[in-house]
Design a protein around this ligand. Sequence first.
Ligand SMILES: *Cc1c(COP(=O)(O)O)cnc(C)c1O
Length: 344
Amino acid sequence: MFSLEQLVRPNIWKLAPYSSARDEYSGHEAHVFLDANENPYNAPYNRYPDPLQRELKSVLKKVKGVPEDMIFLGNGSDEAIDLAYRVFCNPGVDNVVAIAPSYGMYKVCADINDIEYRTVLLDEHYQFSADKLLAACDAHTKIIWLCSPNNPTGNSLDRDEMLKVVNQFQGIVIIDEAYIDFAQQLSMRQELPTHPNLIILQTMSKAWGSAAIRLGMAFASKDIIAIYNKVKYPYNVNQLTQQQALTALSDPFEVDKWVRILLDERTRLMQAFTELPIVQEVFPTDANFFLARMTDAQAIYDYLVNEGIIVRNRTRVQLCQNCLRITIGSLSENNELIGALRKY
Ligand SMILES: *Cc1c(COP(=O)(O)O)cnc(C)c1O
C-alpha cells in the first residue's frame, strides 16, 4: 500500500508553513489592503503576487487537463527538482536512482541536499530496463528519476517500462517531460489519477519559448502538491512571470506553429548531418535537439566556437563519447551551422 506519510521526511510532514498576509485573507470584497506592509505607490509592482498563482493554474487546467490542486508552479522545473529532495529525502540517509546519462540538475540537487545519487546506465539504444532500475533500489531509495524525451540523448523512453517502474516502485517516480511538446509519445499526465506516487515535470522553457520567465510545472496527486506548497517560498513565482505566462498560454496555436516549424527543421538538419563525412551517427530524437556522434567532437566544437556557433559538447558524458548535442534553431541559424560544418 502506498503511504505518502512514510515517504515524506518527518520534519516536513509536521511542518507548519509560513502564513502570508495574502494566505490569511482571501476574500474578494476588500479594497483597502493594509495587511502586508506594501507600499501604496508604484502600482502594479507594489503588491505581493498570488502565492498560489490561482489565475494561472485555472488556465493551465484547461491547457493541460489537470485540476488546479494537482499543479505546482515553480521558478523553473529546477525548483520542482530541488523540492523533491527537500520533501522526500533525509540528508545523509536516503538515496535516489536515476538513468544515466540524463539531465544534470538531478545530481546537482542531490549533492546540494547530501543525497546519494545512484545511476543505472542506459543501453546502446539509450533505452532503460525497469528491472535494472528497481534492482538498484533499497529501503532508503525515495525517488526514481526518469526523463522522457531524455536529455541529452533526445529519445523518448519506453512507455511500458516507465509504467512498470511506476507500478512496482514503492517510492516516488518523477518523469521529467520538459520536451514532451515536441514528442510523438503522449504525456504520462493521464496516469496521475491512478498512480499516487507519480510526479510529472513540464516547463515553459522549451516549446513555449519562455525560458526567460522561469516557470516550471509539477503535476501530481493533490496530497503531494499540498506538501510542495507548504515547503516552497511563499512568493516563488513573481508577478511578471505570472502575467507573461498568461500571455503565452493565451495563444497555444502559436506554440503549435513553432513546434511544427522546429520539427521540419529538425528533419532537414539531421538529414544534412548524415551527409557530412565528419558525422558518424545521428541518434533518433523526440525533442527539439539531437545527438550526433562526430569523428572528433572536441575539435569540431572548438572550430564552431571560433565561428561564433555554440553547440553542446557532450563528449565527456557516459555513452556520449564524441557526441555533440545540437539544438534546432531558426532556418538561418541551422543553415549557418551546416555551412560551417561543410567547410570544416
Ligand atoms: C531544459 C530542461 C528543463 C527545464 O528547466 P527549467 O528550469 O524549467 O528551465 C527541465 N528538464 C530537462 C530535462 C531539461 O532539459
